[in-house]
Design a protein around this ligand. Sequence first.
Ligand SMILES: Cc1ncc(C[n+]2csc(CCOP(=O)(O)OP(=O)(O)O)c2C)c(N)n1
Ligand code: SF4
Ligand SMILES: [Mg+2]
Length: 314
Amino acid sequence: MSEPSSNLTARSGNLVTVPPLADEDRKPLKKKDIAADHPTWCPGCGDFSVLALYFKLIERRGIWHEKVTTVAGIGCSSRFPYFVQAHGVHYIHGRALPFASGVSLSRPDLHVFVFGGDGDAFSIGGNHLNHTARKNIKMTYVIMDNFVYGLTKKQTSPTSPIGFKSKTDTMGSKDRPINPMKQLVAAGASFIARTTSTNPKHLLDIMEKAMDHDGFSVIECLSECVEFYAGAFDASNPRKGGEFKEVPADHDVTNEEAAYQLAADPFPGYFGIFYQENRPTKNANETAIIESARSNVGEKQDWEILQATFNRMK
Ligand SMILES: Cc1ncc(C[n+]2csc(CCOP(=O)(O)OP(=O)(O)O)c2C)c(N)n1
Ligand code: SF4
Ligand SMILES: [Mg+2]
C-alpha cells in the first residue's frame, strides 16, 4: 500500500500539518467507520443489501479511508454515496461514468466504485456506458437494476419487460427491453457479470472479482423496488419459489459468442461472470503516453513546460 496522505488540522485559524501515521499504526476501515447517514430507501428495498456488502467488501479488503471513492448519478440507487462515510460524489443523472473516469485516470492509487440504476446506466447514461466500456477505464460499476425508475415514482425503464404498466406506459410497455449482458459484451466491457441482491454470498464474491479485475468491470445486480415493482425478481429467488441458475462451470469467460448465448437465456437467466478478458486499460495507455512525453522534456517541471508553451504563443 502507498503512503497515507498527511492530515491538515485547523488550529487557531492556522493550518497545522500533522505527520502521517506509519503504515503499521494505521487501522483499515471498519463498517462502523464508513456507515454514514441512515439510508433513506423504502424498507425492504434491494439496495440495502448492496450497500451492506459494499461495506463488507471494504472491511474484508482492509482498504484505508482515502483509498476508496464512491461515485453515482441520480436515482434511488444513486443515493449510495450519501450513505458511505468516505470520499464520494453524487453527480449528474447519467454522468457518473465520465466523472469516475477522470478520478480513475488521475488517481491510479484509488479504488473507484460507481453505483446507479438501470435508468442512469442504460437511458440517459447509455452513451457514456458504451464509451467507458470500449476505453476500458479501470473502475467497478454496479448497476442496481430494478426494471423501473424508482426515484421518479414508476416510469418505464430500458430494462422494463414488455407489458409492464407504469406512469409512462399505462397500457403496458410495448418497447423491447435492452439485454444488459449483450449490450456490455458488444460495447467492449472487459469484465461483465450478473448477480442479485437476494444472494449476498454471490454478490460479495462477484464484487470482489470485479474489484480485482484490471479494467472496466460491470455488474448487473437485480435489486427489487418493493414500492413500484414488487416481486419483479421472485423467479430468480429460491426463497420465493424461483431458481438461481449459476453460469455453468465449463463456460469459457473469454468467449464472446458463449457470453451472448448465456445472455439469450430467458428471464431470470444466468448469474455469474459472463465475460472477462485482459487487455490494456486506458489508464495504462495514458501512463505510457505521459512517460514518453516526459522523457522528451528531461527534468523540467510541469509549470516550466506550460510556461515555455505560453512563451511560444506570444
Ligand atoms: C437530466 C435529468 N433528467 C431526468 C431526471 C429525473 N430523474 C431522476 S432519477 C431518474 C431515473 C431513475 O431511475 P434509475 O436510474 O433506474 O434509478 P432508481 O431510482 O430506479 O434506483 C430520472 C428520470 C434528472 N434528475 N435529471
Ligand atoms: S422507490 Fe423503489 S428503488 Fe426507491 S427506495 Fe423505494 S423500493 Fe427502493
Ligand atoms: Mg431503476
